[in-house]
Design a protein around this ligand. Structure first.
Ligand code: RET
Length: 230
């Protein structure tokens, strides 16, 4: 049952990596965006291949599975996506200083979110699991705060970039909020939803958050830059 969506994930992500590169910007301010966004599904393809082939699929004493490749994927891809978001906010900024500090702090919070999530997945059922789940959510709140407050203000220095930035983080926020919900109701949480169903849901989310987001976010930034004559 389960190997099919995992193989599908490998195929979709491999092709998406090439498509994002082929369709993206090869010069100008969005070139870096294209490179980052095509690296993301390349990493995901590697993770799906591992999960499909059974490498790093940890079966715990309670019979639930922790897919270690998924956490390695998230620990690499979410910082790349966020670094892209920070640089897009700075497309609207009058001054560029401070960007490295934002990248460092948002990536730190994000990696802590994924690491705490991995600990929650590995922890036995009970309070311990939910303590680390809550800790991961706390880091996630920090990520969302940086995106919606200081970085939105920076992007907003330029009205068109600010508008594109807010649409992009709106899409990103809605999708990213579903991940902890799937974790909580899936086998790593209360096990209301089966392992096979969770794999399908994560596949759809991954395609939206990595592939659809790459195309739509770049298109919005491109239009905003064209509008301002940059
Ligand atoms: C976990 C479980 C613990 C609580 C929280 C989580 C958040 C995960 C997120 C993952 C996003 C992944 C993306 C991948 C695609 O590139 C670790 C599931 C808050 C937000 C966007």
């Amino acid at each position: 049952m389960t190997p099919i969506p995992l193989l599908l994930g490998f195929v979709i992500m491999s092709l998406a990596s090439l498509a994002i590169y082929a369709k993206g910007a090869h010069s100008g301010p969005l070139r870096g965006h294209t490179l980052v966004h095509s690296a993301v599904p390349f990493i995901a393809a590697t993770a799906y291949l591992c999960m499909y082939l059974g490498v790093g699929n940890l079966i715990k004493p309670d019979d639930s599975v922790t897919y270690l490749a998924r956490y390695v994927d998230w620990a690499l891809t979410t910082p790349l996506l966020l670094a892209g978001v920070v640089s897009s906010a700075y497309l609207g900024a009058r001054e560029q200083e401070g960007q490295a500090g934002f990248v460092a702090s948002i990536v730190t919070l994000d990696v802590m979110m994924i690491v705490a999530g991995l600990i929650a997945s590995l922890a036995p059922y009970g309070t311990l699991k939910w303590v680390f789940f809550a800790w991961s959510c706390a880091a996630f709140v920090g990520v969302l705060y940086l995106l919606w407050k200081p970085l939105a203000n920076i992007a907003g220095q330029h009205p068109a970039i600010g508008a594109a930035y807010r649409k992009n983080i709106g899409f990103l926020t809605v999708l990213w909020l579903i991940y902890p919900v799937v974790f909580a109701i899936g086998p790593e949480g209360i096990w209301m939803v089966s392992d096979a169903a969770a794999i399908w849901i994560f596949l759809v989310l991954d395609v939206l958050a990595k592939v659809v987001y790459a195309f739509t976010s770049e298109r919005k930034l491109h239009a905003a830059l064209a509008k301002s004559g940059a």
